[in-house]
Design a protein around this ligand. Structure first.
Ligand code: ADP
Ligand code: ZN
Length: 613
């Protein structure tokens, strides 16, 4: 390892050692090699290009699609004393000119560029006239059409290699199955680059998937019992449910803001900025929100609707806990989700191959929801990685199925009863219905509709007394998830048989089902600050207040001043000198100089205020 890299890590960023593959990646790029880096969100990708850019001669050029976040990225770098700038369409001509000047004069360590800018001849000439140390291609999966964030401008990035063949390139992404990885390598002409595939595990995130019954109340309970005062993201499928959920949380006294494509861009920008800058805001959003949000202290990501793919789910949940502290990924999922998603696929535009692909994505997501095995093991397997814990067992101990082992049961007979009701209605009456009515028939309920159609005469009427209504809904959901039952695209959730249904009806196939737990995993986690001892918790709160004031005065996000992990380190060790403070992770040279005295004064004050006994 180049000693300058370690020195930079410690002096500038205030971190003791490299994590995982950072050290190898950085050595490789410092030496001029091309790299393709796959690392989960929060894995520490930024340092992989920032440190080589600081060590190598010239300016590191970072291509990023996230124009709205460039200012924050640059602010965060400046806060640690790195000379950074950006060029994008939000600037006026004068601001651009100044940045260009700084670049040409060799006064920038890092320059952020939007991909569309690279297409401009003027930008290319600019790069020719200055000195570029490396190209970093962030969010590299945007070049892939298989993924869900495709950006046409990214296709043009193969020109980097053609025009500047001797400048090293490092492409980075947090989402990549094998298919995406191959596509990235090929489209960016990085097939000869060294590939670094880190473990995709995020051990500090607790994955939980619960049956959905009263989603808003379930969410509220989660926030109140486990995450009071924490920042987090709540994902909903539709704009309406985003608005309704944000309003509900606000009424309940939780500071929540909406974010979706239906809001005007000024409102979106304002809400995003508050989420980043203030402590403890809950962002309720469609998946339009979140790419590139580097807020390190997002404590939970909650999904109120089923994500469309495991890739999307993993990327969204990965936004929790970048700082490495315990965080929650929570998803509520029910029958309606399956019905809705199957319908959306059936009525989606595009050819049959496209629909098949969507169907495959959904099936993988459903399998994750219905598994009785460790969620983490299954997630990592999806990305082609094996998981085993310290004892070599394929279970993590930090997901709902590990914490409260789920059971499976033989659902063959109930499945047959249900499917034969669907068959009889169709054969004998040429009628089709949704889950509600079919369950009423099985339970023998004399509803108005049962009487109207005379369905109490069906041989399956009242034969389903062994399960309660909620359990029957679980059976329907799981049969849909396993493809043993289908749903039409008429929008009414009408149930139909699939080809595979026959194997259940004729008894040649056994149906294993997951037993839904009555209650979702009981409270498994205390609020984050609780594990600091009493006086340290008090100091932590005071440090947070100081941080909020300082960040506001400077117009930067709170985490740009110090991350939670650093504040906790200070609260727990109570440094008495600048030397002690410098030893805490996240305190580098520049921050020591900017904030050292203030922090020491706060620590001393709180020591005085605490009676020694
Ligand atoms: P990614 O871009 O992969 O999502 P980041 O680069 O934002 O991840 O890093 C996630 C967090 O981890 C950041 O707060 C970063 O400062 C911190 N971090 C990265 N590398 C190290 C390290 N070697 N030691 C301590 N903290 C680190
Ligand atoms: Zn597990």
């Amino acid at each position: 390892m180049d000693p300058r890299a370690v020195e930079t890590l410690q002096r500038v960023f205030g971190y003791e050692a490299f994590r995982g593959e950072q050290s190898e990646i950085i050595s490789h790029v410092v030496a001029g090699g091309d790299a393709l880096v796959l690392m989960p969100t929060g894995g520490g990708k930024s340092l992989c290009y920032q440190i080589p850019a600081l060590v190598r001669e010239g300016t590191g050029v970072v291509i990023s699609p996230l124009i709205a976040l460039m200012q924050d990225q640059v602010d965060a770098l400046r806060a640690v004393g790195v000379r950074a700038g950006f060029l994008n369409s939000t600037q006026d001509a004068e601001q651009r000119r100044q940045t260009e000047q700084a670049f040409l004069a060799g006064e920038l360590d890092l320059l952020y560029l939007a991909p569309e800018r690279l297409g401009l001849e003027s930008a290319q000439n600019l790069l020719d006239r200055g000195r570029v140390s490396l190209f970093a291609i962030d969010e590299a999966h945007c070049v892939s059409q298989w993924g869900h964030d495709f950006r046409p401008d990214y296709l043009r990035l193969s020109m980097l290699h053609e025009r500047w063949p001797s400048i090293p390139r490092i492409a980075l992404t947090a989402t990549a199955t094998d298919a995406t990885r191959r596509e990235i390598a090929q489209r960016l002409q990085l097939t000869d680059a060294r590939q670094f595939v880190a473990s995709f595990d995020r051990p500090n995130i607790q994955y939980r998937i619960v049956p959905k019954n009263d989603p808003k109340q379930q969410l509220l309970t989660l926030l109140r019992t486990e995450h009071p005062g924490d920042a987090g993201i709540v994902y909903c499928l539709s704009r309406n449910s985003v608005d309704a959920t944000a309003e509900f949380l606000t009424q309940q006294g939780i500071p929540a803001l909406p974010y979706h494509a239906g809001l005007d861009s000024a409102t979106r920008q304002r809400n995003q900025s508050r989420f980043l800058r203030e402590d403890g805001i809950v962002m309720v959003a469609t998946i339009a929100f979140g790419m590139g949000i580097d807020k390190p202290d997002v404590r939970f990501v909650a999904h109120l609707d089923l994500p469309k793919s495991v890739e999307g789910y993993y990327q969204e949940t990965g936004r929790a806990g970048r700082d490495g502290l315990p965080s929650t990924a929570w998803l509520a999922y029910g029958l309606q989700d399956v019905v809705q998603q199957r319908r959306m696929i059936d009525s989606s535009e595009g050819d049959a191959a496209h629909r098949r692909r969507l169907g495959a994505h959904l099936d993988a997501m459903l399998a994750l929801c219905e598994t009785i095995e460790c969620r983490r093991t299954q997630l990592l397997a999806y990305f082609g990685q094996d998981y085993s814990n310290a004892d070599g067992a394929p279970a993590c101990g930090n997901c709902d199925t590990c914490l409260t082992p789920a059971e499976s049961w033989d659902g063959t007979v109930p499945a047959q009863k249900l499917l034969s009701t669907v068959v009889r209605l169709w054969r004998e009456h040429h009628q089709r219905f949704g889950a509600g009515h079919i369950i009423d028939i099985l339970l023998g309920k004399q509803t108005a509709r049962v009487e109207q159609y005379g369905h109490d005469a069906l041989t399956t009427f009242g034969i389903g007394g062994e399960l309660r209504e909620a359990e029957w809904r679980g059976v329907v959901r799981q049969l849909l998830a396993q493809g043993l039952l289908g749903v039409t695209s008429d929008g009414y959730g009408t149930l139909v048989l699939t080809e595979a249904s026959a194997t259940v009806l004729n008894g040649s196939r056994q149906v294993r089902l997951r037993r839904d737990l009555e209650k979702s995993t009981a409270r498994t986690r205390k609020p984050a600050v609780a594990d600091l001892p009493g006086e340290a918790a008090g100091l932590f709160e005071r440090l947070r207040e100081w941080r909020a004031t300082t960040a506001r005065a400077q117009g930067v996000p709170a985490y740009v001043v110090f991350g939670d992990a650093t504040l906790r380190g200070i609260a727990a060790t109570k440094p008495a000198s600048l030397g002690d403070l410098a030893g805490i992770s996240g305190v580098g040279e520049k921050k020591l100089e900017s904030y050292g005295e203030q922090v020491l004064a706060l620590v001393a004050e709180s020591a005085e205020a605490t009676p020694v006994g």
